[in-house]
Write a new protein. Structure first.
Lengths: 329, 286
């Protein structure tokens, strides 16, 4: 049954360009998928490792900038993609080494600072990054002769990468390594006592998470054919963190739901009001205060709570205590 | 040679401004264990408040003080109404401050528009002062003096008063401080309001140099972060020294390697992190 659901889901996703028709909506679907990859990558760190990064837009942006620079210096798309991902992996390793010097909030602060460095370089190092004007690229790649120039073409390419990302992260989550990563989140001392090398586990998780940020960054570059410092600003890091948190951390579908939610609200909101950031901030505050465990588990908790109010005895056994949120200190 | 001296003077003045901004940030971080990501926004909010107050006919100094008080009240409300609801959940508190910083930034954009607004230098401090043969802007000298006065006042508050002793106790060991009867949660409100007020005041004082513009918050917050990472959290000496280090790095970086000013600024921070994760004057945060 599970396989059947997956196959039906894939067919439905693949058919999106046919049943929504309009290019605008296909593009929004592509955006959702690419941000879902980004959020899934960040969730490896936030959800499974319990390490909250507010600098991941830096890695996303490094991939996009590296890709744009490589393409504009004349290399073909294959080389550009490989090069951009290599640069991102390298940057993620450096980020990880520095950020893992701190734990808990120290980690958050260092990632903020690292993200701001990337922003500063993107914004100020005009001779390379073209500053606030950003960099454009002229073409999208043509893998195997298929054109990605149209919205459905790009959507299908994004979908393929998305499926690979979901599969990779699902396998990662259930693998022994994923289990040991959750162990470092919940019981770092016991994990040390059991002989696990916590630092190395966290480091590898960071690099893995950074890799998917880079993949999403390249997709973003091909989607927009443009990259500017806006992409690496603190707002961007916060936005993707909101996707992860709003959907529910540490789950596979939470970040996907969160990405869909944020992208849709952003597009709907910006059609009616100018001030998306205000809405973003308000949603952020509301979610953190009212539903700290995310929308999907949070709604479930409220539902259970409502049931418990109606039938105090019947549901007592069923209402498990809400999952505790460790700040990772 | 003269250029260097002027640059050094500017660095000291900027460092003084940063001290006003980051002392509160450091205290809040030391006591409440949260990096207050609204701190840049409070700086900007103070400056915008002052713009409106000056437009209403207030003088520069009354406007600066009133704006500082206004931001302090705002900070106290934020602590009381929002952060208080998340006791012990530091991560959630940080995320709330982050969300708030976006709301404040957008609200300022709505309220005061997108153009940079200059705050007029107070008339008495316009022009230059000659220190031997070097002309130096009088206003920047005034900033240095203000920063030193505030440093001494804060030191006296923390080191010589009962409230300061309670704050220090809360920074050192909140659990024991509670046990001996200190209402640490009330200290949270006081320190948050104090830090917010200092940031708002700093925003006004910085106005004549930096002017006020959307994005000022995002420019200042990383500087406060760097100061506290360099100096260590909860340490007044640390934020004092850190502020001047950052002031020099920032100004000399801007002058010598304008394209890499940010890298020049953050590189020493990274070195400190690798060698001394708790900052130059900080202690381990549990």
């Amino acid at each position: 049954v599970k396989r059947l659901v997956i196959v039906i889901g894939l067919v439905l996703l693949a058919a999106v360009p046919f049943w929504v028709g309009n290019t605008y909506y296909v593009n929004i679907a592509s955006q959702i998928l690419l941000y879902a990859i980004f959020a899934l990558g960040l969730n490896v760190l936030v959800g499974y490792a319990g390490l909250v990064s507010l600098g991941h837009a830096g890695l996303f942006g490094i991939a996009a900038y590296a890709g744009a620079l490589l393409i504009n210096s004349g290399s073909n798309h294959f080389v550009a993609i490989l090069g951009a991902l290599a640069v991102t992996l390298f940057a993620a390793a450096i980020f990880a080494i520095l950020a893992l010097r701190g734990t808990g909030l120290g980690f958050v602060m260092i990632t903020v600072a690292l993200g701001q460095i990337v922003w500063g370089v993107a914004y100020r190092w005009i001779s390379i990054t073209n500053g606030d004007n950003g960099i454009s690229i002229a073409t999208r790649p043509r893998p195997l002769g298929l054109s990605l120039a149209t919205a459905p073409g790009l959507y299908w390419a994004t979908l393929m990468v998305f499926v690979v990302a979901v599969a990779a992260i699902a396998i990662f989550a259930v693998s022994p390594f994923g289990a040991s990563l959750r162990g470092t989140r919940d019981q770092p001392r016991r994990m040390t006592a059991l002989g696990y090398h916590i630092w190395m586990i966290r480091f590898l998780a960071f690099v893995f998470s950074g890799f998917w940020s880079g993949v999403a960054g390249m997709l973003f570059l091909y989607y927009n054919q443009f990259v500017s410092p806006q992409v690496v600003a603190l707002n961007a890091s916060a936005e993707v963190l909101l996707m992860v948190i709003s959907g529910g951390t540490g789950t596979l579908f939470g970040p996907i739901a969160g990405a869909a939610l944020v992208v849709i609200i952003k597009n709907v909101a910006s059609a009616y009001i100018e001030h998306w950031n205000f809405v973003l901030g308000a949603i952020f505050v509301a979610i953190v205060i009212c539903m700290p465990e995310g929308l999907v588990p949070g709604s479930a908790r409220l539902w259970r709570w409502g049931l418990a109010k109606l039938h105090p005895d019947a549901t007592r056994a069923a209402s498990a205590p809400a999952p505790r949120h460790e700040s990772g200190i | 040679m003269k250029l260097w001296l002027v640059l050094a003077g500017n660095s000291i003045a900027f460092g003084g401004l940063l001290f006003l901004l980051s002392a509160g940030f450091s205290l809040i971080f030391g006591l409440m264990r949260i990096p207050n990501l609204t701190h840049g926004s409070l700086f900007m909010l103070g400056a915008y408040f002052a713009v409106s107050l000056i437009a209403l006919g207030f003088g520069f100094w009354p406007a600066a003080v009133l704006a500082g008080v206004g931001v302090a009240i705002f900070g106290g409300l934020v602590e009381r109404l929002l952060l208080r609801r998340l006791p012990g959940a530091e991560l959630a508190q940080v995320l709330v401050t982050l969300g708030l910083s976006f709301m404040i930034a957008d609200a300022c954009l709505m309220g005061w528009g997108g153009d940079p607004i200059a705050i007029e230098t107070p008339p008495a401090l316009q022009g230059a002062t000659y220190l031997s043969s070097i002309a130096f802007p009088t206003y920047r000298l005034a900033i240095i003096i203000i920063a030193v006065i505030f440093a001494i006042a804060l030191w006296a508050l923390l080191d010589r008063t009962r409230l300061g002793a309670m704050i220090r106790a809360g920074v050192d060991d909140p659990a024991i401080a509670r046990v001996v009867g200190i209402r640490v949660s009330r200290l949270f409100t006081i320190v948050f309001a104090l830090g917010a007020g200092l940031a708002g005041f700093a925003g006004v004082i910085g106005g004549p140099i930096l002017s006020v513009y959307p994005g000022l918050d995002q420019d200042m917050l990383p500087l406060a972060l760097v100061v506290v990472i360099l100096g260590g959290s909860g340490s007044l000496v640390g934020s004092f020294v850190g502020s001047f280090v950052v002031g020099f790095l920032y100004n000399f970086g801007q002058a010598m390697l304008p394209e890499l000013a940010y890298v020049v600024l953050f590189l020493p921070m990274l070195v400190v992190l690798v060698l001394r994760p708790h900052g130059l004057f900080g202690r381990a945060v549990s």
